[in-house]
Write a protein that binds this ligand. Structure first.
Ligand SMILES: Nc1ncnc2c1ncn2[C@@H]1O[C@H](COP(=O)(O)OP(=O)(O)O)[C@@H](O)[C@H]1O
Ligand SMILES: [Mg+2]
Length: 268
């Protein structure tokens, strides 16, 4: 944790796009806020960020709207808000116009995050890429939520490469938490095999619910705040609970890894 910063920073990262980072990040922010935490959600998928769309936010100032002359310790009061019923959290969306992303300086963004002191949690959504922005935010993160899916062999190869790279970069193995999204999708790939390939158990699993996910995105309301009683909503809220000790890690679901094609492939 950076000197003086009191917030827990959880960065949602993956090696493949379209696997649910924004879906998970918005639900994490909403779930933590629902549990009474002061939360700020920051979209660092700077060119094509979806946080504002997923929350149906209009006119909320983006990260590119922060006046360059504004001192970093004043920025937290400039950040807009998402509200649903009596739950609210702060949101700093990515620029609405792609070209505005070029004006952003990652050192200033990191300095802003380091000077935010009124939130218990800062949730950071990212683009699926090892770039300077993502590396800088992973450096200052308390937890890297490394999102995985067990769908295609190339995606699993990327998972393994990305996970090993993160560890090579020197991040503590306990800081990097692989979370399996769409765990029960019908892909013929056993999640246990993916754990074997990674050499690490999933910290948590989120089930597949295409209709539930799409409906929540369309309505602009994160599933954890909806009145749905779906499994995917429970899974998302349990993940929130793992970060607040509402649920013990030992209770989490795991798979029995089996020696398989993947293990043979990568153990050579
Ligand atoms: N657990 C899930 N079950 C079903 N669909 C999901 C799930 N998580 C995400 N999706 C869908 O996957 C798509 C991509 O999600 P998104 O969060 O935008 O990915 P990313 O931010 O990694 O690019 C969205 O259409 C979303 O509805
Ligand atoms: Mg996204």
């Amino acid at each position: 944790m950076a000197e003086g910063r009191s917030s827990i920073v959880i960065t949602v990262f993956s090696t493949t796009s379209g696997i649910g980072k924004t879906f998970v990040a918005t639900n994490l922010a909403a779930g933590l806020a629902k549990d009474g935490n002061a939360v700020c959600l920051i979209d660092l998928d700077l060119q094509y960020g979806d946080v504002a769309n997923y929350l149906n936010l209009q006119g909320v100032p983006t990260i590119a709207d922060i006046p360059p002359s504004m001192p970093v310790n004043k920025v937290q009061d400039y950040i807009g808000e998402y509200r649903h019923g009596n739950v609210s959290f702060s949101v700093l969306p990515a620029p609405y116009q792609v070209e505005k992303s070029y004006t952003l300086d990652e050192r200033r963004i990191i300095s802003i995050i380091n000077h935010i002191d009124k939130f218990n949690f800062i949730i950071v959504d990212t683009k699926a890429e090892f770039n300077d922005m993502n590396m800088a935010v992973m450096d200052i993160s308390t937890i890297i939520n490394f999102l995985c899916v067990a769908d295609f062999v190339p995606a699993i190869k990327n998972l393994k490469n990305g996970y090993e790279a993160i560890l090579r970069f020197g991040y503590d193995v306990n800081k990097v938490r692989p979370v399996l999204n769409r765990s029960d999708s019908q892909t013929l790939i056993d999640p246990g095999d993916v754990e074997t390939v990674l050499g690490k158990r999933f910290y948590h699993e989120i089930s597949n619910d295409f209709k539930g996910a799409s409906n929540s995105i369309r309505s602009g309301c994160p599933l954890v705040l909806s009145d749905s009683n779906s499994k995917v909503k429970r899974d998302l809220y349990e993940l929130v609970g793992l970060y607040t000790n509402r649920k013990k890690v030992s209770e989490q679901a795991t798979h029995n890894g089996i020696i398989s094609f993947f293990k043979k492939l990568w153990s050579r």
